[in-house]
Design a binder for this molecule. Sequence first.
Ligand SMILES: [Zn+2]
Length: 362
Amino acid sequence: MKNRNVDKSRNMDKNQNIDSDFKDNISFISDKHFSYDLFPKMRLRRLRKTAAIRELFQEIRLSPKDFVMPIFVQEGINKNLEIESMPGIFRYSPDKILEEIDHISTLGIKGIILFGIPLKKDLNGKNSFNDKGIVQETIKSIKKNFGEKLAIITDVCLCQYTSHGHCGIFQGNEINNDKSLDILSKTALSHAVAGADIVAPSAMMDGQVKSIRDILDDNEFKDTLIMGYSAKQASSFFSPFRDAAHSKPESGNRRSYQMSYHNSREASREIKSDIEEGADVLMIKPAIPNLDLIYAAKQNTLHPIAAYSVSGEYSMIKAATLNNWMDENLAVTESLTAIKRAGANIIISYYAKKMAEILVNS
Ligand SMILES: [Zn+2]
């Protein structure tokens, strides 16, 4: 039986084009530690016998420290506004942001990722690198009040700042890659100057990590980290976010720069190029539809892996649980555990606070 399995795997290896993940599984099955004792000697239910035994052998444990909470801060408002398509998630008024950060920090969460919604937008998104812009001012205020208690990550993109809602700059009818790099780098630098610990370029422009690393190094920000949105797909799961960040493209779509979710080999190239350009952390986004990519990135690189569980992932669970179709705590815990099990070192999630509360109270 054993030999037959091994032979079968060898033949498949020779004759078929098996991807590396599948090969890993085959080698695991033929591993010498694998037990071929079957029922009735082997009874896997022994490992599930009591709550204590189940907890003792639980392989994945979540901690508030695994999570990063996304924060939207909006210029020109004086009260927090709930986002219709994301019940329980708010666009924060700048004067109320510290209260929220305090709550997040008290729960033991160690990171936030900031998205700014400016008053003024223009064709080239110039407000994105305004020293007194909404994100820059918010970073300064959080740093002043919380110091090194939590890491400030900033989203570096233009879609919240451009009047057309695209992530780069237009030349004619096309998004011009290299012109966009110039503004993205200036934006990242302005975040670092304000005190951001980690800048996270999300525009999916070629060379964005390299041009940001260069400008940071040239300006004495050698220790500012870069988290690349390495494999970010053109995904329908982003729709609620566009409500939240007022960043819906006025026309067209983002498929000429965001990746197709059909392509895992291309995702590997994106990840490889981010590593070569100097990213410190690699991110896969969205998370649940891409557990295979998260797993592959973890197996094939030595970089920390971040997974962004996006707005649509939040809204799906939220909508179902508001209808009493699922238990919210159980559904959230299960889906976030799956993301960690796939290999994510940190998880950016709109459920970060909720999950931390569940963990603190359990
Ligand atoms: Zn964008």
